[in-house]
Design a protein around this ligand. Structure first.
Ligand SMILES: [Zn+2]
Length: 752
């Protein structure tokens, strides 16, 4: 290791004027070059020191949060130095953006990329420009670099240096590991041993170590900027029962973020579609973004977000790479992210302009279990890493300590501002703290007794005397510390250990999947214990959400009102000679008894009720509800009347449009790869959720008007198992599918 420059955390050169003078005789030139090429007057933070180090021919490792001006660190020296700089970058979309940006400063030939999107002629042209010495930056994907023909070509040209962007892709501990990245150093060596600059925006100490080892740049000069984003506010909320988080999100956006830009992240495409349509139904300009949409639509939605034709993007993690919208005011995580790196990067897209950014995460412990289940079939190492990352994420969600401190600690950065200016929920609404001096000592002694061979979970099991599998395996139930803290519960000990970690009395060994050991500071604490304040971790209620298809929001409704509405429904049905479910389905009545709609507009926001139906049948119901609300002095939360929607999957949309076009049902079924009864059930769902479909043509094809009339009359009089009942009555003349279709037609005509 080089002495002064390889400080593990923050390099000192830029801070030290003497060093600077010594290291960079050409400081002035760099500034001039910056102005000449980019038009900027001065460098940001450590950019100049970073560039100077590379200019001196040294390996450089840059850890800088997104938005900190990372790419300039290799772009400027590439333009100045003789030869072509090779920029290894994982994403084709990112490359294109960068190349476009550089070209906008000068000639088109100055920057190129080489990846699988180019054809032979284009590749030849790129190579010609490079050979002619016109190209200063060549962006290249590791998959392309790997090819023999690429390596042969690169051997023949003059290379100034190699920059490895998004270098965390090297490490399995990051969130987007790319196996090809592991071979980069070998490939560079084969070409020419030039200086290497590695850059990343997400580096825990473990990832940093991995990158340096793998790129064989352990003696590189490390520049690590602070990861603190002090304009961001961090908050974790309980996800609540099904539908509650959604309600919370709608009212949050409508009341506090109206017309402001925001991103909502969730883990599945299905959830993305569902949330986007619920937001749209509630008058919020939202669009979905996920890998299942075709490229054109994705680009379109992204543009609309950038141009502010859409306020909210609902996305899987695929969204946001290379997007630099400065005024994103909120980032919501509907699901717990898979790692703190991912969380940090995604929340980091808020408040790029330095103004307020709110980061809200909804947490349900069951979601973390679900994530762990996904890991079940992965190779052991990958699974263990994945589990540890999720465990850290859970610790972040449950902590009662400052969230900023927790995040920065995770990235190996010390943060000791007492209350982070109230820029997190835990600092703003601090939980009661207790002195846990004695318990902290016991926890430290327990860790020492394990000879630092146990992870947090097992240590807690041991203290509370739980004979878990791991405890028995390690023979820990024989230890004198086993069960010594059984008078306090698991959550208490978890909180104590996590506080000890946050405060540095305990360290976690990342190489060995999180084994705990007592630090020097901790040993000192055992000898001279001082006050040790702990706030208990927040216990989040666990909600199972097995049938996660949205639409039917499970709710606690007003049973008294529901009974009244149900009676009314029967009465109305009788008067109109229709079965009650045609007027309103029970689920709609329950929702009315939950949301207390008193206007037609509010009523039409109840699921299964469209404006037509509200007008047709709604008035007496509204009268009953209004009277009930007045008599019982019920406070209605009007702004939180949320319209839940049918999950409008692409399939549903196709079915609806095909029916509008009167395409034969058999053809629709075939094109959708469905059996006829499956198609009919799907059509039934569509109709029951309040969409009117014109099925008359199909029904008329089945029989003459008179016979259809008989069946319709039968439907009017039957309230339960209608199709089965109709089968025993008309089974000779019609098939079950026919009768099913006729019943759907009946419902569509009468109910919607
Ligand atoms: Zn805080």
């Amino acid at each position: 290791m080089k002495e002064t420059k390889s400080a593990p955390k923050k390099a000192v050169i830029s801070k030290n004027e003497e060093d600077k003078a010594m290291l960079s005789p050409s400081t002035v030139n760099l500034k001039e070059a910056l102005h000449k090429y980019f038009g900027f007057e001065g460098f940001k933070d450590e950019q100049e020191a970073i560039i100077q180090t590379l200019m001196n021919g040294d390996d450089t490792f840059v850890i800088m949060p997104t938005g900190g001006g990372k790419s300039l660190c290799y772009q400027l020296p590439a333009l100045i130095k003789e030869g072509t700089a090779i920029i290894i970058s994982p994403l084709i979309a990112l490359m294109k953006n960068q190349v476009d940006a550089i070209r906008s400063l000068g000639s088109d030939k100055v920057a190129h990329f080489l990846n699988s999107s180019l054809n032979k002629t284009e590749i030849t042209a790129v190579k010609q420009d490079i050979t002619d010495g016109k190209t200063k930056l060549l962006y290249i994907a590791p998959e392309t670099l790997k090819k023999d023909e690429t390596i042969d070509f690169l051997k023949s040209i003059n290379i100034s240096f190699v920059a490895v962007d998004e270098a965390h892709c090297i490490s399995e501990w990051g969130h987007d590991f790319r196996p090809e990245y592991r071979r980069i150093k070998a490939m560079i060596k084969e070409i020419k041993d030039v200086p290497v600059m590695a850059l990343t925006a997400t580096a825990t100490p473990k990832v940093q170590q991995d990158i340096q080892k793998n790129l064989q740049m352990l003696d590189a000069t490390v520049f690590k900027s602070s990861f603190n984003r002090d304009n961001l506010y961090y908050e974790v909320r309980s996800k609540g029962k099904k539908g509650e988080a959604m309600k919370d999100i709608v009212s949050y956006i409508k009341q506090r973020m109206n017309n402001k830009s925001g991103i909502i992240y969730c883990l599945s495409r299905k959830k993305v579609e569902e949330i986007a349509s619920i937001l749209q139904a509630n008058g919020i300009k939202a669009l979905p973004y996920h890998a299942g949409l075709d490229a054109k639509m994705r680009a379109d939605h992204q543009d609309k977000f950038l141009m502010e034709d859409a306020d909210v993007i609902v996305a899987t993690i695929a969204f946001g790479m290379g997007i630099d919208k400065p005024d994103v005011r909120f980032v919501i995580h509907y699901d717990i992210p898979k790692s703190i790196e991912g969380y940090y990067q995604e929340t980091g897209r808020a408040g790029r302009d330095g103004l307020d950014g709110k980061c809200v995460m909804y947490y349900n412990p069951a979601d973390a279990e679900k994530l762990e289940k996904f890991l079940k079939d992965k190779p052991v190492a990958e699974r263990e890493i994945g589990e540890l990352l999720i465990f850290e994420m859970q610790a972040f969600a449950e902590t009662s300590a400052c969230r900023r401190k927790f995040l920065l600690n995770y990235f190996g950065e010390e943060y000791n501002d007492n209350k982070c200016n109230d820029r997190c929920d835990n600092c703003k609404h601090p939980k009661e703290k207790m002195d846990a001096k004695t318990e902290a000592v016991l926890a430290l002694q327990t860790i020492n007794s394990t000879k630092s061979k146990q992870i947090l979970k097992v240590t807690v099991d041991m203290i509370i005397g739980k004979k878990s599998h791991e405890v028995q395996l390690g023979g820990l139930d024989k230890s004198p510390y086993f069960g010594k803290g059984k008078d306090k519960e698991e959550n208490f000990w978890k909180s104590v250990l996590r506080s000890l970690l946050l405060n540095g009395q305990v360290t976690k060994n990342i190489e060995t999947y999180g084994l705990l050991s007592v630090s020097e500071k901790g040993d000192e604490f055992i000898l001279n214990p001082t006050t040790f304040e702990v706030a208990l971790d927040t216990k989040f209620e666990r909600f199972t959400d097995d049938d996660d298809d949205g639409g039917n929001v499970e709710m606690v409704y007003d049973e008294e009102l529901f009974a009244m509405l149900k009676d009314l429904c029967k009465k109305e049905a009788k008067a109109k000679n229709l079965p009650p479910y045609i007027i309103f389905q029970e689920t709609s009545l329950q929702e009315m008894a939950f949301k207390y709609p008193i206007t037609l507009d509010e009523l039409s926001k109840i699921s299964g009720v469209n404006p037509g139906k509200a007008t047709k049948y709604g008035k007496p119901f509204l009268a009953v509800i209004e009277k009930y609300v007045k008599e019982n002095e019920i406070e209605r939360t009007e702004d939180v009347v949320i319209k839940s929607v049918v999950n409008k999957s692409a399939k549903k949309v196709v079915i609806i449009t095909n029916i509008d076009k009167k395409i034969a049902l058999a053809d629709i079924a075939r094109s959708q790869n469905m059996k006829m009864d499956e198609l009919l059930s799907e059509i039934e769902n569509i109709v029951y959720s309040g969409t009117k479909l014109s099925l008359k043509k199909y029904v008329n094809d089945l029989a003459d008007e008179e016979n259809i009339g008989y069946v319709m009359d039968f439907f009017r009089e039957t309230n339960e198992n209608v199709v089965e009942a109709a089968m025993s009555e008309f089974g000779d003349e019609f098939t079950k599918d026919d009768l099913h279709l006729m019943h759907i037609h009946f419902v569509s005509e009468m109910a919607n």
